[in-house]
Ligand binder design. Structure first.
Ligand SMILES: [Fe+2]
Length: 317
């Protein structure tokens, strides 16, 4: 009898002020056990208890997710303007909210077309990333634990907003489109089986071919919904092109590759290297930079790469 499934919520993102009255569960010996019912609030002493016991996640029934997402998304404006909360905690709550959106979008495709929800989240991410010197740094600290594609999508969004804003002073309307495209850049992965996505060893030619199709398939699916701008769709379609023309899906070369796609490719590689994967640990910042420089003039425009490195290195100090 399984009429619902479970969604993990990081403890750090549960703040009594920004969390609705829904039941929370803990996982114990493989079972989900009620920790608190809808009536009781999750307090800071609950959080301390979890921290002492090394527990990072609580669980919510899928049926309660709609209420949770609506509540958290509604509270974001207030949260970001609340001076009593530090930047790291804001980042954690914003991050969990974005993850909730992405999981919905990947699990229920009609959610991806809920453009207004996506745009709101991107606006909040922009506000957060641009509004605080340490925001991106805090944000990167948040991104380590979750399911890979979701965590990766949120990180690419934050980096890409920053890169477009700082390197090209892109106007706010276009920035929102960049953010939406970044959130959904790997959307086509919903057409690839988990067996292939989570495979720890080398992929066969056929499997690699299927993975590569995520760009074109994601692009076609989102384009058919008629909700997305050209800038957003360009990022989804072209984020795996390479400067030397050996990328996919179209093999565009050099600066024929749209700027937003070139920046997305940089953010994509940096994020892929600096996040934990099922089959390998995250690479430290300096090592990631070294590996990206090996692709100078090959995967990336040399100048753009150096500007990007400067940008992410700045924020690391
Ligand atoms: Fe991708």
């Amino acid at each position: 009898m399984k009429d619902h499934y479970w969604r993990a919520i990081s403890i750090d993102s549960i703040d009594p002020e920004y969390f609705p009255s829904i039941p929370l569960f803990m996982k114990s010996a493989g079972n989900y056990v009620l920790y608190k019912d809808a009536q009781r609030k999750f307090s800071s002493s609950d959080r301390s208890r979890m921290e002492r016991n090394g527990i990072e996640f609580m669980y919510v029934r899928s049926g309660d997710m709609e209420e949770l997402s609506a509540y958290m998304e509604k509270g974001l404006d207030e949260l970001l303007n609340n001076d009593d909360l530090d930047s790291a905690r804001k980042g954690k709550i914003l991050y969990q909210t974005s993850i909730n959106y992405l999981v919905d979008a990947f699990e229920a495709p009609e959610q991806a077309a809920n453009l207004e929800r996506c745009r709101q989240l991107v606006r909040h991410l922009m506000h957060y990333v641009a509004g605080d010197e340490h925001a991106l740094h805090s944000f990167q600290g948040v991104v380590a634990h979750n399911l890979y594609i979701y965590a990766h999508s949120v990180q690419v969004t934050a980096l890409n907003l920053l890169a477009h804003e700082k390197l090209f002073q892109v106007d706010p309307d276009e920035l929102v489109d960049v953010g939406v495209g970044s959130m959904l850049h790997d959307y086509g992965m919903i057409f690839v089986t988990n067996e292939i996505l989570n495979k720890p060893d080398a992929l066969s030619d056929v499997e690699y071919y299927k993975i590569k199709q995520h760009t074109q398939k994601g692009y076609e699916f989102l384009m058919d919904s008629h909700h997305f701008s050209d800038v957003s769709l360009t990022i989804v379609r072209h984020h795996h092109e390479r400067y030397d023309g050996n990328g996919y899906p179209t093999g565009l070369k050099g600066d024929n590759i749209p700027r937003s796609a070139q920046l997305s490719a940089l953010c994509d590689m940096y994020s892929a290297l600096t996040l934990d994967r099922v089959y390998r640990k995250a690479v430290p910042h300096q090592e990631a930079v070294r590996m990206m420089r090996e692709e100078s003039g090959k995967a990336f425009n040399q100048q753009l790469l150096e500007h990007f490195i400067e940008l992410v290195s700045d924020r690391k100090e």
